[in-house]
Design a protein around this ligand. Sequence first.
Ligand code: HEC
Length: 106
Amino acid sequence: MSARSLAAILLVGVVALPTVARVAGTPAPARRTVYTKQLPAGEGQDLVASKCQTCHSAMLITQQHKDSTGWEKTVTLMEKWGARLVPEDHATVVAYLLRSYGPAKK
Ligand code: HEC
């Protein structure tokens, strides 16, 4: 190895190392769970927990805000896709979702 290439390697080390150290030392942005998987207590909670979480996590529900028409449509769609709810349970689930995840307050 020639003296020139040795000098080049040393130079790269001197320039690159502090850069690598600086990047490695940067703290990663904090991870935040914005939407919970926890369903709020109330009539209908156990129905949603047992009938709606067979295909996806509750997070898909807890991140929503819908009015009564919106929840009615969603629950009807989920039933078409395979959620098994008898008619009384359908109404209980829609009411629970509306109470817990109604329209967003401004
Ligand atoms: C047979 C499987 C299945 C069941 C049971 C099920 N879902 Fe879903 N759900 C899906 C699929 C598939 C999606 C679409 C997922 C995606 O877009 O990543 C979805 C999406 C959703 C969404 C987000 C999309 C939207 O329209 O807002 C909500 C909210 C939701 N489901 C609520 C429910 C509720 C409430 C129940 C219980 C009544 C339920 N799901 C039961 C399969 C199911």
